[in-house]
Design a protein around this ligand. Sequence first.
Ligand SMILES: [Zn+2]
Ligand SMILES: [Zn+2]
Length: 375
Amino acid sequence: MLLGDDSETDSGSDSDRLQRSRIVPLCCTMGRMNALLLKEYKHLEMVEMPQPEIGPDDVLIRVRTCGICGSDVHGLDGSTGRRIPPLVMGHEAAGEVVETGAEARDLKPGERVTFDSTIYCGRCYHCGRGEVNLCDNRQVLGVSPGEYRRHGAFAEYVAVPRRIVYRLPDNLSYESAALIEAVSVAVHAVNLTPVVLGETGVVVGSGMIGILTIQSLRAAGCARVIAVDPDEGRLAMALKMGATATVNPKTVDAVAAIQEMTGGRGADLALECVGAQEPIRTAIHAVRKGGSVTLVGNVAPKVEIPLQVVVSRQLRLQGSCASCGEYPAAMELMAGGAIRVEPLISAVAPLNEGPSWFDRLYRHEPNLMKVILRP
Ligand SMILES: [Zn+2]
Ligand SMILES: [Zn+2]
């Protein structure tokens, strides 16, 4: 690290350089690595690039698995503006420690770890309140929205701050660990939702996050969880993963069906995991008076809210963003079996097959949930 700084300015003798090179771990300052680079929009390519450098607070990790997130697929064509090329994407990853900075020595090389996707500053007002997901200087790994570019984990190595790194329980595989971020999103949303043991919840949307939310609600004490989705295959998966009933809004009036299942009263709570007008309307109409609706999905920039329903039935609308300290809980729930992720893994493939898997996800190939790449 120091050598890197020196060598820029100091053209010392060869023997000097040799001397100094001995104290520098070659793997990190000089090494190259393979990475899956978004070179331009819609164009992913395997490239060789320098390994990331680490600062005193950082950990260099040899990436073993990295999941393809829906946001990576959306980012591919530039529609979200959050993946400006050139960029190494990837924020759902796990691997082993290779090297640590001076302030991160409690982690040892070889330890199995995962890391949060949100990098928070630790100094702003919200960080001071423990709301690290709301950090004013928040950066997301594998994202480049313009103000910053933070290369992610579709690469052999990634460098991340120590404060977002977590040791993996022994019984969690690297493949499962690639889903911890998604689990933490579901756990955070449920933590923001008032749940009393024995209540009935509705989860609108049975994609990845929806299924994890169903499992989290069961773990939180919901006796019944009703899954709502227009896709029968997803509803079958929801049932397998803990939903106690399903509703297909394509074939029945979803709100009427939920009212009927709850004695005409409505469910105690609903979580919306799609982020669009109709599913949000369903969630709001599905809950009883005084019930709560937690909004997790985030796709449509604007939706209409039935104001009088919300006010006169005294509903609580709660937004939920990413996660905030839920990694340890997510890992406990997974390690203990309360949340299962293996059935959600559609494929595990080498990193160099990344471009074709991205393509298949981009074209919405049916029955693909989580695809995990191995650098
Ligand atoms: Zn993600
Ligand atoms: Zn902050």
